[in-house]
Structures are given as C-alpha cells and as structure tokens.
Design a protein around this ligand. Structure first.
Ligand SMILES: [Zn+2]
Length: 149
C-alpha cells in the first residue's frame, strides 16, 4: 500500500470537519487519528505526520491550539522550534564587556519562546474557534507547575 500527501486545503478541510463534530480535542494523537480518518475518506492512501498537522493547524486560523509546557533545566543550544520545527531565533543581550549572551529563544512562526530554563511542550489541545472569542490568540502556552505529573 502506498501513501500520498494531501494538499494544504484538503488538510484544512479535514481539520474543519473534525472540529465541527468535536469542539475540543484533548490530545494531539486523538486529533491526528481523526484528521487521518477524515483524509482517508477522500483517498485511502492519504496520510499526515504529527508535525505537518501541527504546522497546518497553527497556520490555518481554524482552531485554537493550547500548548502545555514544562520547564526543565537545559543549557544546550537550540536550533529548531520544538513545536513547529522552524529554525529558532536566539534572543541575545549585550554584555558590558562588548560580547553577547543568549537569554533564550523565540520562534518566528508559532510564537514559542523559552528562557535558558527550557520550556518543553508536553501536551497539545486543539479546540474549535466557533463560538469562541475572536480576539484571543490562536496559540496559547500554559506552563505546568514543576512538580505536576
Ligand atoms: Zn515554532
């Protein structure tokens, strides 16, 4: 069995169809399986990865994405956004000695940001914008407390 990649419009159509039936998807894996099922109704060889679905959903304006993050100690440099895989931009400050120090990173695509204590995405909640407030940002980050499970 082969596989084919659906066009962005087809993915957006599937996202809308899923969100019309379920206003809120509490996990990314559930959202992914429902979107895949919707796509396969159009073409049984269609599939989509976690990462592509996330990118299309973030860009579509069709849904609100709430990203729960946890802060973990890490000082390793970051190259790509953990949410959308876009090349990430370091936030730098000048030191009094004329050098620069990295304070954190921010993503120009999805709005993810972190300080040197790393915010790691733990869970994605996708919800319908229908009936919701239009003035809220489509992407929201929520930090979980350190000791939560
Ligand atoms: Zn990003």
């Amino acid at each position: 069995m082969g596989y084919r990649l659906p066009a962005i419009e087809e993915v957006e159509h599937a996202i809308s169809a899923v969100l019309r039936r379920e206003m809120k998807l509490p996990s990314e894996s559930r959202f992914l399986s429902l979107v895949r099922r919707e796509l396969k109704r159009k073409d049984k060889d269609y599939t989509i990865s976690h990462e592509r679905l996330r990118r299309v959903a973030l860009r579509s304006g069709l849904c609100k994405v709430t990203i729960h993050t946890r802060v973990v100690p890490s000082r390793r440099p970051m190259a790509r956004c953990p949410v959308c895989n876009t090349r990430i931009t370091p936030v730098k400050n000048e030191t009094i000695f004329g050098g620069t120090v990295t304070l954190g990173y921010e993503c120009p695509f999805c709005g993810y940001w972190t300080g040197m204590k790393r915010r790691v995405p733990q869970r994605y909640v996708f919800s319908s914008l229908v009936g919701g407030k239009r003035d809220v940002p489509a992407v929201r980050f929520m930090d979980l407390p350190d000791n939560a499970d």
